[in-house]
Design a protein around this ligand. Structure first.
Ligand SMILES: [Zn+2]
Length: 489
């Protein structure tokens, strides 16, 4: 097996359980594994070397709430509360008129478009998330198979399964919020998810792994939550469930279950080390929940769950973790996610650190190193993958390099701070996943991103055009999505 060295001006190696910076470093890869990490020339002889020059070489980023959609935050993150109601399904639409805006091939294309974007932003392991707003209920077994095949072809590592739910958030005719339930669809969806776990296991590929990805906690019946916990226990796969995400969720769950979301997770058997929780924000210590107790964070830590923190998307929806260091100090597992466009964990890290400073009125409220650790080791821990998230001998060869030294980035100080503060994940120039080069010179071989973007734009227009039929007040596109300024007339 041939050995190859990958060298860069800055390498983030790993020693004694934590990341370490190496100037003028090299990583030597043999097959799918890393065999050595250290300063240039410290490793064994190699047949081949890739010189990345002014760049920061990192362990591949792990995105556990990974955008696999064409944009929706552009559409749904800025309306008034009343206008925002128009972006939900009306009860009438859910009951009588729901339909899929995209067919199966279009859905597969949209997921692939998301994967390409993730790769070009330095993500090497992804747990996909797509909006269900334009589906006729949730995803199917066939959707998950199509996604897995496309990810495998691209060379991206995915943990996935079809999303499922037994309820959907709706707006009633009087403008109030509630849930429309269809348990039969939930049970069928869960059966599809179970079938996919078998399919993925039979694949025996390190690029495709099964996971249970039910939708939001308030959209699952207690029975479906229990079934999910049983499936997870039997198969050993991770479960990702959106929870502690909003105050409306808390109210709906309390009305439905007579308990808080966290209590429901515990009593259904889901609260444990296999659980990944986007976004984990509304715990009892959050100022808008109670703020007088810290019991929830302690309970999260004790149970071993991982909170999948999506700083950029949360901020765009007016929410923030209170706060990153508080969770970390308590021992809560923390990983990162992008959740929506742009799938840029570097920007996510910067906004996360910045918001932590604002909330705590301290410049050391969170660090770039702490956040980057969440995006690498935190994700690997959540997946039970000690071979990922680190550049160390024996680890799987998942590497990503971000260009440093673009004149527009200005001067270079500490390479991690320089990347996070002055650049973005669009500076991805190289990535290798399980020893295979996937991104080279900022591009993926065989992928015409411009052509994909043209098609994505067409699908996006159709997606936007489908909102009025779902609005409980039937408003027009122009009413639901007014431009930033009035248009010239
Ligand atoms: Zn999310």
């Amino acid at each position: 097996m041939s050995r190859r060295a990958i060298r860069a001006d800055h390498v983030l190696g790993h020693s004694d359980g934590e990341h370490v910076l190496i100037a003028d470093g090299e990583v030597v890869v043999e097959g799918r594994r890393i065999v050595s990490v250290g300063p240039r020339g410290s490793g064994p002889e190699t047949e081949d070397a890739i010189e990345l020059g002014p760049a920061l070489l990192l362990p591949g980023l792990i995105d556990l709430d990974a955008l696999t959609d064409i944009d929706h935050t552009l559409l749904d993150s800025w309306q008034s509360p009343e206008l925002g109601l128009g972006l939900q399904w009306s009860r009438d639409y859910a009951e009588h008129r729901r339909r899929a805006v995209f067919d199966a091939e279009e859905r597969a294309f949209i997921r692939e478009y998301g994967f390409v974007q993730l790769l070009l932003h330095g993500v090497t392991t992804a747990m996909p998330i797509a909006s269900e707003v334009h589906s006729d209920w949730a995803e199917t077994h066939a959707d998950a198979v199509a996604m897995a095949e496309r990810a495998e072809k691209l060379g991206l590592r995915v943990y996935l399964g079809p999303s499922y739910r037994s309820g959907v958030n709706v707006v009633d005719a009087d403008g109030s919020r509630s849930l429309y339930w269809n348990e039969e669809l939930g049970v069928a969806g869960c059966a599809g998810a179970a079938r996919f776990l078998d399919w993925a296991a039979a694949r025996e590929s390190d690029l495709v792994h099964g996971a249970l990805l039910p939708c939001r906690i308030e959209t699952l019946s207690e029975d479906l939550l229990c079934r999910t916990a049983e499936l997870a226990a039997a198969s050993g796969v991770p479960v990702r469930l959106h929870a502690l995400q909003g105050l409306l969720e808390r109210d709906l769950v309390r009305a439905q279950f007579g308990a808080t979301p966290l209590e429901v997770l515990a009593r259904t058997g889901l609260l444990g080390p296999k659980l990944l929780l986007p976004h984990g924000i509304y715990v009892d210590s959050h100022p808008r929940v109670d703020a007088r107790t810290d019991a929830d964070i302690a309970r999260l830590a004790e149970s071993g769950v991982t909170v999948v923190h999506c700083p950029l998307t949360s901020a765009r929806h007016g929410a923030a973790l209170h706060g990153f260091e508080r969770y970390r100090a308590a021992g809560v597992g923390l990983a990162l996610g992008t959740d929506s466009f742009p799938p840029d964990l570097v920007r996510g890290i910067d906004i996360g650190v910045t918001i932590a400073k604002v909330l705590d009125h301290r410049l050391d409220a969170a660090t770039y190193g702490g956040y980057l650790t969440a995006a690498t080791l935190g994700g690997a821990d959540a997946l039970g993958r000690p071979d990922l998230g680190r550049l160390a001998p024996g680890a799987t060869a998942d590497l990503v390099a971000f260009r440093l030294g673009d004149p527009l980035d200005g001067v270079i100080a500490d390479p991690v701070r320089t990347l996070c503060m002055n650049s973005t994940a669009r500076a991805t120039i190289f990535s290798m996943i399980a020893g295979r080069i996937v991104v080279r010179d900022g591009a993926i071989a065989g992928i015409d991103l411009s052509a994909m973007t043209r098609r994505a734009q067409t699908l996006f227009e159709r997606m936007r055009a489908a909102y009025p039929e779902r609005d409980y007040r039937g408003r027009t596109i122009d009413q639901l999505f007014p431009p930033s300024f009035r248009t010239w007339a």
